[in-house]
Design a protein around this ligand. Structure first.
Ligand SMILES: [Fe+2]
Ligand SMILES: [Fe+2]
Length: 303
C-alpha cells in the first residue's frame, strides 16, 4: 500500500518545471502504475502545466487506468478550445478508453465530433464508435478476435479478418471509415509479422495525421527494426504534424538501437517544443529498454 504522502510527492514532481521532462514522465508513469483515486488526482495536476507533451501523456495515462473518477477532468480538457489539439485529442481518446457510455460522456464526445480541429473531431468519432462497439460486445454480438499482446486499452478492437493483404488494403483505403481502418491497424499490430509491419509503415503516408500518429504508436509497441526507416522519415519532416513527429520519436526510443539513438540526438533541440521534449523522453525510454528494470518508472517508487 502506497501512502498519500508518497503519491503527493510524485504529483509535486510531475508539475515541477525545474525537473527534466524525463523525470517528470517517470513520475507520471509511476502514478499510473500505482493507480487509485489519489494517483488520479495527482495526475490531473499535470493539466495546469505549460507542456503540451506532458498534458497529453497525463490524459493518455488517465484513459489507460480506466477509472471513472477521471471522466470530469477529461471532459474539461476536451472542451477547452484554447488547449493544444494534441492534448484535447488524448482527452477524447481517454474517454473512449474508460469505456463508460454515460450521457455526460456521449454528450461531450458528440459535441466535439465536429470540432474544427480534425484530429479532435476524428478522435471523438472513434471514441463514440468504440462505446457503441462495447455495447454490442455486452450483448455478445462480436466476433472472435485476436489478443492484444501489449495489454494497452486501444481506441478500436482488432479486425475479425486476419488476412494481411485484405487488412493492408483496408488500412490504406482513404475512402474507408476510420474506425474500420483502426481495426485493420490493430489486427496488423497483433499479427506482428514482417508483412504486417511493412503494411503499417506504408500507413505512415496516409492523409489523416491522427491515423499516422496511431500507426507510429503501434510501431513503437511492436519494436521492429523494419520500421526504423519509415519512422525516421516522418520524424525528420518539419512539415509533419507535431503529434505524429512525437509518436515517431517515442517509437524510435522504444526500438533503442544505436541508429535510433543517433536520430533522436539530432532532434533534441528541435524548434517544436513537443518534438524536442519527446526526443528527451525517447532517449530515456531507450535507457530503460536497455536496462532490465521491471517496469518503466520503477525507480521512482522510492521518491
Ligand atoms: Fe494520441
Ligand atoms: Fe503520444
Amino acid at each position: 500500500m502506497v501512502d498519500a504522502e508518497k503519491l503527493n510527492k510524485l504529483g509535486d514532481l510531475l508539475v515541477d518545471q525545474s525537473v527534466p521532462m524525463k523525470a517528470r514522465y517517470r513520475a507520471l508513469f509511476t502514478l499510473k502504475n500505482l493507480g487509485g483515486k489519489e494517483a488520479i488526482l495527482n495526475i490531473t495536476k499535470g493539466f495546469t502545466d505549460p507542456s503540451a507533451l506532458l498534458k497529453h501523456e497525463c490524459a493518455y495515462c488517465l484513459g489507460q487506468m480506466q477509472d471513472s473518477s477521471a471522466i470530469d477532468p477529461l471532459i474539461e480538457v476536451l472542451g477547452n478550445k484554447s488547449e493544444d489539439p494534441m492534448v484535447r485529442h488524448e482527452a477524447g481518446e481517454a474517454l473512449g478508453a474508460i469505456g463508460l457510455n454515460t450521457e455526460k460522456v456521449t454528450k461531450a464526445l458528440t459535441e466535439f465530433a465536429s470540432d474544427s480541429h480534425q484530429e479532435v473531431a476524428e478522435t471523438c468519432q472513434l471514441a463514440l464508435a468504440r462505446l457503441e462497439w462495447l455495447e454490442k460486445k455486452k450483448q455478445n454480438l462480436v466476433e472472435n478476435l485476436s489478443d492484444n499482446p501489449y495489454f494497452s486499452v486501444d481506441p478500436a478492437p482488432p479486425d475479425a479478418n486476419r488476412d494481411i493483404p485484405f487488412l493492408r488494403q483496408k488500412l490504406l483505403n482513404e475512402e474507408e471509415n476510420m474506425f474500420e481502418r483502426y481495426r485493420a491497424m490493430f489486427q496488423l499490430r497483433n499479427d506482428g509479422s514482417d508483412q504486417a509491419i511493412l503494411a503499417l509503415c506504408d500507413g505512415l503516408k496516409c492523409k489523416s495525421a491522427l491515423f499516422r500518429h496511431e500507426i507510429a504508436y503501434v510501431l513503437g509497441q511492436i519494436q521492429s527494426p523494419l520500421s526504423i526507416e519509415a519512422l525516421r522519415v516522418n520524424l525528420e519532416d518539419n512539415n509533419e504534424n507535431h503529434m505524429v513527429r512525437h509518436e515517431c520519436a517515442e517509437a524510435l526510443g522504444a526500438l533503442a538501437t544505436d541508429e535510433c539513438v543517433n536520430i533522436l540526438n539530432r532532434y533534441l533541440n528541435d524548434k517544436e517544443q513537443v518534438v524536442k521534449e519527446s526526443c528527451e523522453v525517447a532517449l530515456d525510454i531507450t535507457d530503460y529498454e536497455k536496462s532490465n528494470d521491471f517496469q518503466y518508472a520503477n525507480g521512482l517508487l522510492t521518491v
